[in-house]
Design a protein around this ligand. Structure first.
Ligand code: ZN
Length: 293
């Protein structure tokens, strides 16, 4: 008799069979058809060194399989990376992941944030979000993530995003030049209705957007935005906003600097809702960190 098999679980088990099978699975997401090329000059001519690394025959650059990729940012085994990806796909918190995997909290947090940055780098508006002048203040050194700079909380920029739900796809766009002061100005001078939930402020419809949203943090302007007006988006009981609003409570401790990461993560999750998330996440994590101009 035909018996249904839980195929996804089986796949996962075979990926996780050993460190070698996990590494092979990750490498599939790094190199198509196992064709290694130089991360610096893209030349396919290279030779293997005794250390296991490779050297480009053209520009002499020495590299290994993960050089220049997001996955190179944390010192995790292949099996642990696959486990982190799986837990991330299931929206597990860094704290829970650290317990499940026996990793320090900092390591689990860094690994999950690396996945978030990789997601961000694949967003349509990635160029505005990543880079030295970006709202995020993300700092990369070469192709490695640097520790975030310490900024006084009141001087942190509070980037504003516009959400547009087109059913099939949702767009979460950074609105250049807007910050919490802009929202306050619209509220006071143009009666734009606003709602505040913890650190997060969102508004009624604005131009083509269903809502404008930002994380106010400790910004003094946020004191003028308390409680909630009635906004159209809260009457939407399906689609992306329902997905976001059920997760807003998790944003309580989020800083304005990290908020774009979480918001773009939700955009990615929603737009990937019919895909094999583990595989898409592995593609992003194994991709090259974009070079800063
Ligand atoms: Zn090269």
């Amino acid at each position: 008799m035909f018996k249904e098999q839980p195929s996804e679980c089986e796949d996962f088990d075979s990926i996780m069979e050993s460190e070698a099978t996990a590494k092979r699975w990750l490498l599939k997401h790094c190199w198509s058809n196992h064709q290694r090329f130089c991360p610096r000059c893209k030349s396919r001519k290279n030779y293997r060194l005794n250390s296991g690394r490779r050297r480009c025959a053209r520009c002499r650059y020495t590299f290994h399989d993960f050089t220049g990729r997001w996955i190179n940012n944390c010192n995790l085994s292949a099996q642990n990376w696959v486990r982190v990806l799986d837990l991330f796909a299931n929206e597990t918190t860094a704290r829970q992941a650290s317990k499940d995997l026996g990793l320090s909290y900092n390591t689990a947090y860094k690994a999950m944030n690396t996945i978030r940055f990789a997601i961000l780098a694949h967003a349509l508006d990635a160029r505005q979000l990543i880079g030295p002048d970006s709202a995020l203040g993300l700092s990369l050194s070469g192709r490695m993530l640097k520790n975030e700079p310490k900024i006084e909380s009141t001087t942190v920029p509070t980037p504003v995003f516009g959400i547009m739900d087109r059913k099939e796809w949702v767009f979460v766009d950074l609105i250049p030049g807007f910050d919490i002061e802009t929202i306050l100005h619209f509220k006071l001078n143009f009666q734009l209705a606003t709602v505040r939930v913890g650190n997060v402020v969102y508004t009624d419809r604005y131009q083509r957007y269903d809502t404008l949203i930002c994380c106010a943090g400790n910004h003094p302007s946020a004191d003028y935005i308390k409680g909630g007006d009635s906004v159209a988006i809260d009457k939407d009981h399906e689609g992306f906003w329902r997905f976001v609003s059920s997760r807003l409570a998790k944003f309580h401790g989020v800083t304005p600097q990290r908020f774009p990461l979480y918001l773009k993560e939700l955009e990615f999750r929603y737009n990937s809702r019919n895909k094999d998330l583990l595989s898409v996440l592995a593609d992003h994590l194994c991709d090259f960190v974009p070079e800063q101009d």
